[in-house]
Design a protein. Structure first.
Length: 362
């Protein structure tokens, strides 16, 4: 029981006797694998370059796989269902025992797939070598499938990309030369345009300043400068004549302004006298209107005071009558008694109205 008890059942709270029950058919499966291990040790010693090694590795790998899937895995699945802790115990056994199978399977698969792996390694190296060479001429060499090309196709493809690269370099070099020449001509043209800007109004032609020779440009600049000198002389004479005419206009305008100011001053004086007279008349009229208003208000006040005095005299004789009226109204509030709810409500409303009348009288 050495193999099956290498996982300690005490770690899972399981007694040794119960652990032996859980182990069940596992010893027979382990015994079968032991035989396969002997074959494994012989196969891994075989020449890996031989086809026999690949064939034997495949056959033995399938047997070991069967021992794992139909043996250990099947034992694990049926035994684990027994109860939870037993399942945990056999899980531990499975992890340990299945690792032995998987290790042998992996080693045997390496032997089985040796030729395929070697071919894959060759293609990967071929891809890397071709990417390195093609990268001199294109930027996305790593994204292209180069390993699947036949050698003659690859050489033709590489030659084409190399030629395209060289043509592109030559075109870029030519474009750069043209750009530098254009920059030189642009600079010359801008400098010349800046220099003749003060004289451009005297240039009657359409000159190619960009490609004009230095001699022709100097002759053009000299002729424009002379034209400006003549123009400035004429402008100065015109300026002097305009200045003389301006002074004459200003003198005449000053005289007219003085006459206009005098006329406006006389009109303003007359208007001020007229407004003063109107103000005086308006103040006199307003004083008369205020006096008349005060007289009428005094008369109305005296009349109102006399009427109030007379009413007070009359009111003294009515005081007892008013008092009797209030008493009669008060007696009327309790004089009648009604039985129906409707008439009771009506009498309450009448009493409220009587209260309002008494309050009004008071």
């Amino acid at each position: 029981m050495k193999n099956e008890l290498q996982v300690n059942p005490n770690k899972f709270g399981i007694e040794k006797s119960k652990a032996n029950e859980l182990i069940g058919s596992l010893p027979q499966i382990i015994k079968e694998r032991s035989e396969l291990e002997k074959q494994f040790n012989e196969v891994i010693k075989m020449d890996i370059e031989s086809s026999e090694a690949s064939k034997s590795a495949k056959q033995l790998r399938l047997l070991i796989q069967k021992n794992r899937t139909q043996g250990i895995n099947n034992w694990h699945r049926t035994t684990k269902d027994y109860f939870l802790k037993g399942g945990q115990f056999v899980d531990a056994i499975k992890r340990k025992e299945i690792a032995v199978n998987e290790r042998m399977e992996k080693d045997l698969q390496q032997i089985e797939k040796y030729a395929e792996i070697k071919e894959q390694e060759r293609l990967e190296k071929l891809q890397q070598d071709r990417v390195k060479e093609l990268s001199k001429y294109v930027e996305d060499a790593e994204e292209r499938d180069l390993k699947s090309m036949e050698e003659d196709v690859w050489k033709a493809y590489l030659s084409t990309k190399k030629q395209e690269h060289e043509e592109r370099i030559a075109a870029e070099k030519k474009a750069e030369q043209e750009r530098l020449e254009n920059e030189r001509l642009d600079k010359i043209e801008n400098e010349r345009r800046y220099e003749i800007a003060p004289y451009v109004q005297f240039d009657k032609g359409n000159h190619d300043l960009r490609n004009m020779s230095d001699k022709d440009y100097k002759d053009l600049l000299k002729s424009l400068q002379n034209a400006k000198i003549e123009h400035d002389k004429e402008q100065e004479e015109i300026r002097k004549e305009n200045e003389r005419l301006r002074k004459e206009r200003e003198s005449e305008a000053k005289k007219q302004a003085e006459l206009e100011d005098k006329r406006k001053a006389e009109e303003a004086k007359k208007e001020a006298e007229h407004q003063a007279q109107l103000k005086k008349e308006r103040e006199q009229r307003e004083a008369l209107e205020r006096a008349e208003k005060q007289r009428k208000e005094a008369e109305e006040k005296a009349k109102a005071e006399e009427e109030a005095r007379l009413q007070a005299e009359l009111n003294k004789g009515d005081a007892d009558k008013v008092k009797d009226l209030i008493e009669d109204l008060t007696i009327l509030k309790n004089k009648y008694t009604f039985k129906s709810a409707k008439n009771k409500k009506m009498y309450e409303d009448v009493n409220k109205l009587i209260d309002k009348v008494i309050n009004y009288i008071n």
